[in-house]
Design a protein around this ligand. Structure first.
Ligand code: IPE
Ligand code: IPE
Ligand code: MG
Length: 259
């Protein structure tokens, strides 16, 4: 079997060089779209005998740090999972706190985001969000819409299954109204109906806190994303943590089903 096939042996003089630094000057190796499941705020707080909301508040500050670092590394899109369609199951006080965070975050950091040429975006089911939450983000989206730098995309009340169901309904409706033919439904068309249609798929998906799952995040879009899991809780995640994730990404071999 496999006659004539032999594994290439690593030569003695061919050292395995561990990656030491980020190749920030080489655009092609910086992931264009990075998505992060920011997890572990509650456990970070518990470890310090603080209420869970203290962890969320600390996590908010990390969003600022990481957005700045991502922007300066040349990342084009940073998608942050801030609230899932399943997070409504949490105690009402915690949900209320989380819903007020965008207001606080943008109230403090919007001038900085404008200054840094960042474009704010929102993805998720807006209808169920309190108006003050949506308004705060919409205001930031509006204020940054002419910026040309990194897109900072907040996933708020986002669920991938919900997104796909909404897309399927919209496609079915457009078929019914003869706007599209069933035959024209393909992957590209489906993509056009998703909330990420203008953003492209994540190249790198990071999840903090040691959980090894996706929790209903961008299921379609991460088909070929590189996955990176770290045990750090989100409030402990630093600029260096991000650079380490990118470093690992740069040493992966993406084949997309090819050889
Ligand atoms: C992530 O931290 C933030 C949100 C999901 C809103 P968690 O609140 O899930 O923290 P843990 O997982 O309970 O530690
Ligand atoms: C995923 O974290 C959602 C966000 C980070 C916003 P969760 O903490 O909700 O995920 P599970 O419940 O551990 O899967
Ligand atoms: Mg969690």
């Amino acid at each position: 079997m496999f006659k004539g096939f032999s594994f290439r042996k690593r030569k003695e003089q061919e050292p395995i060089v561990p990656p030491t630094k980020l190749d920030v000057n080489n655009d092609s190796t910086i992931p264009g779209h990075v998505a992060i499941i920011m997890d572990g705020n509650g456990r970070w707080a518990k470890k310090r005998n603080l209420p869970r909301i203290a962890g969320h508040h600390e996590g908010m500050k990390v969003v600022r740090k990481i957005a700045r670092e991502a922007n300066s590394l040349g990342i084009k899109v940073l998608t942050l999972y801030a609230f899932s369609t399943e997070n409504w199951k949490r105690p009402r006080t915690e949900v209320e706190f989380l819903m007020k965070l965008p207001q606080e975050f943008l109230g403090t950091f919007l001038p900085e985001l404008i200054e840094e040429n960042v474009q704010v975006r929102l993805m998720g089911n807006e209808n169920q969000l309190p108006s003050y939450t949506v308004e705060a983000v919409k205001k930031a989206v509006e204020a940054t819409k002419n910026n040309t730098g990194m897109i900072l995309n907040f996933a708020l009340n986002y669920g991938s299954r919900d997104e796909m169901i909404q897309s399927i309904k919209a496609i079915a409706n457009d078929v019914k109204e003869n706007k599209i033919a069933i035959e024209s439904i393909d992957e590209a068309l489906f993509n056009d109906y998703l909330m990420t249609s203008e953003l492209g798929d994540p190249d790198l998906l990071i999840r903090t806190s040691g959980e090894l799952r996706i929790s209903n995040f961008m299921l379609w879009q991460i088909a070929y994303s590189e996955l990176y899991f770290t045990d750090e809780f989100w409030p402990d995640f630093t600029e260096e943590s991000l650079r380490n994730a990118i470093l690992e990404y740069q040493n992966r071999s993406r084949r997309f089903g090819g050889v």
